[in-house]
Design a protein around this ligand. Structure first.
Ligand code: SAM
Length: 222
């Protein structure tokens, strides 16, 4: 945990219920050790969605569909979400949850590796939620930038690796060294890419918010 535990508990205590289905899914996730977004990231996403009014959201990492259903409830009925998941066991659970939520029309679940499925996508998105395997974010970046509209928002979750990100690579367990390096490279890219403006926010397990700059802005500032 990168934020004082008592502060996190206090912030959580301010959160309202998300309704019976999402509450049940949250309990299922806890019991079955399925990683889903943290409470503080949830409310952050909700606010962003109210500000952005996206018509097409792309999510990388569906798990059991918790964040997709949550986002679906914050956007226009005609706005759509495409979400990608590669873990076979979770896919039918997510589908069932989308059905139970009455969101089969709104949410399209693509099965398979995001690195592959992303290449097939052509429809621009106004918000992309990156929440898949941390070591792969950097590999998704070119396609994410291609699909993100100018003015679109990229939110990347779990970027600070429980604080390990600030440690030298030798202080990180050998098992985590590749992810550590790739995440540092990803954060560098996000903060130095000429098409992006990025803020790194130390809450949850670390979240970045990036906005893709418009062509006009880039022309004037070259
Ligand atoms: N967004 C979900 C939520 O908050 O409800 C949680 C997603 S969970 C943190 C990450 C998910 O990404 C896992 O279910 C994992 O199987 C999936 N995943 C990891 N790497 C992936 C990849 N390359 N392609 C598709 N899915 C991937």
């Amino acid at each position: 945990m990168i934020v004082n535990e008592r502060i996190v508990s206090y912030i959580h205590s301010l959160e309202k219920s998300n309704g019976p289905l999402l509450d049940e899914m949250e309990a299922y996730a806890k019991e079955n050790r399925v990683p889903i977004i943290r409470k503080e990231v949830e409310s952050f996403l909700r606010v962003l969605l109210e500000m952005q009014h996206p018509t097409h959201i792309l999510e990388l990492g569906t798990a059991i569909g918790y964040s997709a259903i949550l986002m679906g409830g914050c956007i226009d009925e005609n706005s759509r979400i495409t979400t990608i998941e590669n873990y076979e066991k979770r896919i039918p659970v997510a589908r069932k949850n989308f059905e139970r939520a009455g969101r089969m029309q709104q949410i399209t679940l693509l099965e398979g590796d995001a690195a592959v499925r992303l290449k097939e996508l052509t429809e621009p998105c106004d918000l992309i939620f990156m929440d898949a395997a941390k070591g792969q974010y950097i590999h998704f970046m070119d396609d994410v930038l291609r699909l993100l509209k100018p003015g679109g928002i990229l939110v990347s979750d779990n970027v600070l690796q429980d604080g390990d990100i600030i440690e030298s690579r030798f202080a990180v367990t050998r098992r985590n060294r590749t992810i550590h390096k790739r995440m540092r490279d990803y954060l560098y890219q996000l903060t130095h890419h000429e098409e992006l403006r990025t803020s790194v926010l130390p809450f949850g397990d670390g979240v970045t918010v990036s906005v893709k700059l418009g062509k006009e802005f880039l022309k004037q500032n070259r």
